[in-house]
Design a protein around this ligand. Sequence first.
Ligand code: ADP
Length: 504
Amino acid sequence: MKIDKISLKWKIFGYILFLTLAIVVVFCVFQILLLDNVYRGTKLKQTKKLMEDVYRLVDQQDVSLILDKTSSLTIQLNELVKDLESNCYIIKKEQVIKEENSNIPESNFVCLYPFDDLSDFDGKINFADLFNQINVVEKPMFVVTDDLEHEYFHQLISEDDKIVKNNDIIYCQRVELADHKSTYMIILYARITPVQPAIKTLKTQLLYITLIVLALAILFAIIISRLISKPLIDMTNEAKKLASGDYDLDFKGHGFLEISELNDTLNYALRELKKTETLKRELLANVSHDLKTPLTLISGYAEVIRDFPTENQSANVQIIIDEANRLKLLVNDLLELSRINAQSEPLKKSNFNLTKLIIEIVERQQKLVESIHFKINFHYDALISIEGDALKIAQVIYNFLTNAINYSKDQHIVDIVQEINNDDVIVKFIDYGIGIKEEEQPLVWQRYYRLDKTHTRSSQGTGLGLAIVKSILDYHGFKYGVISKENEGSTFWFSTKYQEKHIK
Ligand code: ADP
């Protein structure tokens, strides 16, 4: 089975279960398999440390101090060995003549600390042998056995603590005391309590713990996987409805940040799709209306010319020409808009003089509106160059200006202001006409959006002018916007970084 085919629910379930099992296994390994080694290692380390401390304390000290139970040395020694479960011995080897008529000395071993008590080692250690071996080395040594059960010690001596396998650690080191007559040795005797019974108990406990943890993990995995997958499944089902064209729904996923974000994104997409759908319907209605009206007029007047050749021909032909022009305008705008939106043509960018371009357009437009006593003022105090597609930016200026003129009503004046703000140039098209309601201002950039929904023939536009402006400015990456108040007028603006500036 491919991994993508497994549902999220089962994947989460699997991961949690795997994690739990891994934790249980690690726990078992540490508790059961390594416990013995860890315990042994710690005990060895403690014994070595104790040897260092005892050696440091008694080295070169006077024997009498060790023998005196009230001396500070003995008290300190007691303190050192008290906490650990180990015994500490300081042993003296002396030569004595035992038989009266023999002059061969024999070795005698006396325990100085704790006073004269060597019972722990009865039958376990051959002191004579030990003293012989320890005499030649300075370092502390382990007494080890190769017999695990060691009823008695089969004695070996080694520096290597790795071979200490049995349950006793015997660690010895030569030490110099102040009398220099005898040989002295410190012996540390630590018992390693067998951990096997403890491990047995642990095993039983761990079995129960594993079962309980697994049961809890399964429960937890089911709950978590449900919590995560349920909203996703719901959202997927809703999205399927959306794909089949049903926009009457609402995504309700929640519970986790990512799911909430996905939910918000889907709701946003839904809203946008709804808008596009409405826009598409409006667009179809508008296009067919806008195409139908001139076409009806053209065919109507053409029939009049055919049927009544004596009628006022030139006026009728003029109407046909006007309507054909209107059709051309509409088709051109539609083509222009789809071309810019598809971004099929790259922008022909150059460094051009924006101020001069505005002056030219204003002069041309001024001539057209002079007959109705319309005044277009252009205010600027520097010649500014910008980078962009000059032809397309000319279209933007032209569209903003024609709109300002068309929606000026009786106020026959339009101001164009070119301002400089730090590195930016801003061009504003200000009219004092009908203005736009605040809630409608963001909508005017949509194609075919017309505030005048009745589409009276008096309004000359195609409803595509600002959509074209928006596409061009977006394509250039320029900023733009509108500030307007109903019945007081509008200010449409765009801005970009300028390249050069020549003060007038
Ligand atoms: P149109 O061809 O209808 O002018 P536009 O895309 O240029 O299409 O503008 C869309 C709508 O925005 C217009 O129908 C008009 O209602 C509104 N509009 C545009 N410019 C202005 C303005 N300067 N003052 C008031 N309303 C405006």
